[in-house]
Ligand binder design. Structure first.
Ligand SMILES: Nc1nc2c(c(=O)[nH]1)N[C@H]1C(S)=C(S)[C@@H](COP(=O)(O)O)O[C@H]1N2
Ligand SMILES: [Mo]
Length: 250
């Protein structure tokens, strides 16, 4: 076990090393500031040990799980969601807002005309199961670029349509994961429209992260400078309610 102090020292002296192998984001001042907060310690540690831009393994069609199991919410309970599902999500609008130059409000039809990426990946749930599925969706980067993420933004928050008691499910990721090439808002699973139980009409795939980060039923994507004002401030439903790690890299 490396001590916290040793890690901090290593992080500070290895600044050049941090920057050298990485992308444009890493070089931006706001991103470097994000790495200096205490909450970023495990993120910084993993960043030193692994290449966070690396792709998650992809699989062949024959390796797909016969059934992609559903977990957590299987159907949001609200009348509003039921109405959207009943007409095939024709009136669903995804909002992209927060710290962006041009807030977006896009229909599923519009998202369907955007370039799509298809990837066969393994989903790992902390509850002890995995499944391999083929996901198709719009790269999150395309939506974020269209909206124009402002330099002050450090995190992307996903607001979902399903209730957990008094709150709705939410999750967040940093900009490295948000702009990762395999990070998509998926509308397709195994060659079909995304089923309700797996998050229709849109769910996040963030392939270097554990299952609970993969927000289903996404209705709003918000760019923020801090997670402090989101839910209980830990960055996600399970992080706030059950002390799950915000940084769930795999
Ligand atoms: N909105 C929402 N997103 C969610 C959940 C949820 O309950 N609600 N559960 C999470 C968990 S713990 C996992 S493992 C995956 C499950 O995705 P699946 O139902 O497609 O298997 O969704 C994640 N995203
Ligand atoms: Mo999970």
């Amino acid at each position: 076990m490396i001590s916290r102090r040793a890690l901090v020292g290593f992080g500070a002296s290895a600044g050049g090393l941090l920057l050298s192998g990485c992308d444009r984001l890493t070089a931006s001042p706001s991103f470097r500031e994000a790495l200096q907060g205490g909450e970023a310690l495990s993120m910084r540690a993993q960043r030193l040990l692994t290449d966070r831009g690396a792709l998650a393994p992809e699989f062949d069609a024959a390796q797909r799980s016969p059934v992609f199991r559903a977990n957590g919410t299987r159907r949001p309970a609200s009348a509003d969601y039921a109405a959207h599902a009943a007409n095939g999500f024709a009136d669903w609008r995804l909002r992209v807002d927060g710290l962006v130059a041009r807030p977006l409000r896009v229909s599923m039809a519009q998202i369907g005309t955007m370039p799509a990426r298809t990837q066969i990946t393994r989903h790992d749930c902390v509850e002890g199961w995995s499944a391999i599925g083929q996901w198709t969706g719009v790269p999150l980067k395309l939506l974020l670029d269209q909206a124009g993420v402002r330099p002050a933004a450090r995190y992307i928050v996903f607001h979902c349509a399903d209730d957990y008691g008094p709150v709705r499910y939410y999750e967040s990721i940093d900009l490295v994961d948000a702009f990762h090439p395999q990070t998509i808002l998926a509308w397709g699973l195994n060659g079909r429209r995304l089923p309700v139980e797996n998050g229709a009409p849109l769910r996040l795939r963030v392939e270097r992260m554990l299952g609970y980060k993969h927000a289903k039923y996404v209705e709003r994507v918000e760019a923020v400078a801090s997670l402090a004002a989101i839910g209980g401030g830990q960055g996600g439903y399970w992080e706030d309610s059950n002390d799950y790690e915000w940084y769930a890299g795999i």
